[in-house]
Ligand binder design. Structure first.
Ligand code: SF4
Length: 236
């Protein structure tokens, strides 16, 4: 069993409820979505270098774990599975193996962050297993990808009832924000809700005003601190 891995590196988590936590990023290559690309607007994806299936290296579980343990021999950092899309195709199977291994290794040793965090795009099916936590995007109309969303995932998140799970809305404009409110009304998720502005397009201050006014349950602004710290640099 091989996963298609673009890079593994140590940094701090850039966004969401785990923002700032020392984190090992395992970035898979390959994603079938193309967020933000419309007739007259450009792709807003942060990781265009990891979208194609040929932009990674085949790695088995042992070699991935070896690299992770070399970076963090005491196993105290959060593990973040990201992409590309970590749940697409064979990368989904590898993500599952990594979660099982890390969880079993850490859960009985009092280590922090036993369950790796999976950042997924909302198209792939999630599960109610306890060996992982999710940051699940729900792609709004401005992404051009909303029809690809797996709505059944909202039931799974409800069943999981994990206080570390989060749903992320990336907002391009007011229409996107209104749509996010509709989605929240329709599915009433009880997870953390993140709002992020499309970098360079949506004014974060304006988004703050909208969040303050509507105040959806458990919602918060989520800015990407790695962009503040390092700009659009890769592997940090
Ligand atoms: S789902 Fe994520 S990786 Fe895929 S195109 Fe959208 S932003 Fe990029």
């Amino acid at each position: 069993m091989l996963g298609n891995v673009h890079e593994i590196y140590h940094s701090v988590s850039g966004e969401g409820i785990s923002q700032g936590i020392p984190t090992i990023f395992i970035r898979f290559a390959g994603c079938s979505l193309r967020c933000g690309k419309t007739e007259n607007k450009k792709l807003w994806c942060d990781t265009p270098y990891a979208l194609g299936p040929n932009q990674g290296n085949s790695m088995d579980l042992d070699s991935i774990i070896k690299e992770v343990e070399t970076i963090d021999p005491f196993g105290t950092s959060q593990i973040l599975l990201t992409g590309g899309e970590p749940l697409e195709g064979k990368n989904g199977e590898m993500s599952s193996l990594i979660c099982k291994y890390i969880f079993q290794t850490r859960i009985h040793t009092n280590k922090p962050y036993p369950a790796p965090r999976i950042e997924t795009n909302g198209k792939e099916t999630i599960t109610d297993e306890t060996d992982r936590v999710y940051t699940m995007d729900y792609k709004l109309p401005g992404s051009g990808m909303e029809e690809r969303m797996e709505k059944e995932n909202f039931s799974v998140l409800r069943k999981r009832h994990n206080i570390l799970d989060e749903i992320k809305f990336v907002v391009r404009d007011r229409y996107d924000f209104e749509r996010s409110l509709e989605v929240l009304r329709e599915f009433s998720p009880d997870t953390n809700i993140l709002y992020s502005p499309v970098f360079g397009e949506m004014d974060a201050n304006e988004l703050v005003e909208w969040i303050k006014k509507e105040n959806p349950p458990k919602a918060r602004l989520s800015l990407q601190i790695h962009k503040v710290l390092w700009g659009n640099k890769k592997g940090v």
